[in-house]
Write a protein that binds this ligand. Structure first.
Ligand code: PGA
Length: 251
């Protein structure tokens, strides 16, 4: 499957100095990690965290970007701004942005295309609500989100996309998807990629699970055949818990 990536999503937590302190605390714990590690931090923390992780194997990520290169877009942040600070990854279409900030399949697509064109690795989030899961709509809905996000993305470029399957009902709720539920839906995402781009490309895409992944359940999730890593919210704010998750992904 795709290469294993554990990404921390700090969301709107930690000031620059607090963020740098957490990154410094993480460094010795992650020295022997056997997977890619990314910290997706608030925009204003990027410079401080970049400094803290300099020379280490931890990569830097943002939590959003705008889909235009520059201009009159008050409050927005461009790909060039992120790249100058050493950002390599960017989360796109997190369910909190879809829910609270009017992110749509269309803007997710524009941002994904723009990130790829500018050499940033998009971590594109998809996932169903509880009502959709209970209504048996999960597979069709998630497959639709994947197709919408990747509209216009070539097979070659698609290999460089990271997808995160994050069931909305599992995010920040302590209610994790079962290993089988996560693996099954990620399998559906991979089939969707295979239909779009062929088996070989589909197999090489990293597809993470996200939603209440923590130090206790990481090992079980990471043992599933379709799951290539995790997008970690709450547990990424605790150095030891995040380190345990990275170790689980390193086996
Ligand atoms: P959580 O968040 O781990 O706190 O559930 C995951 C995410 O929203 O990326």
């Amino acid at each position: 499957m795709g290469r294993t990536i554990i990404a921390g999503n700090w969301k709107m937590n930690l000031t620059p100095s607090q963020g740098a302190a957490l990154a410094e605390e993480l460094l010795p714990k992650l020295e022997n990690a056997g997977c890619e590690i990314v910290l997706c931090v608030p925009y204003v923390d990027l410079a401080a965290v970049a400094q803290a992780i300099k020379g280490s194997k931890i990569r830097l990520g943002a939590q959003n970007l705008h889909f235009k290169a520059s201009g009159a877009y008050t409050g927005e942040i461009s790909a060039a701004m992120l790249k100058e600070l050493g950002v390599e990854y960017v989360i796109i279409g997190h369910s909190e942005r879809r829910q609270y900030f009017a992110e749509s399949d269309e803007t997710v697509n524009l941002k994904t295309l723009f990130a790829l064109e500018n050499g940033l690795i998009p971590i594109v989030c998809v996932g169903e609500s509880l009502a959709q899961r209970e209504g048996g709509q999960t597979d069709a809905f998630v497959a639709g989100q994947v197709r919408a996000a990747l509209k216009g993305v070539s097979a070659e470029a698609a290999k460089g996309v990271v997808l995160a399957y994050e069931p909305i009902w599992a995010i920040g709720t302590g209610k994790v998807a079962s290993n089988e539920q996560a693996d099954e839906t990620i399998g559906v995402i991979r089939q969707t990629l295979a239909a779009l781009y062929g088996q070989e490309a589909a197999q090489s895409v990293t597809i993470q699970y996200g939603g209440s992944m923590n130090a206790q359940n990481a090992e079980g999730l990471m043992a599933m055949p379709q799951i290539d890593g995790g997008l970690i919210g709450g547990a990424a704010l605790k150095a030891e818990d995040f380190a345990v998750i990275v170790r689980a992904a390193s086996r």
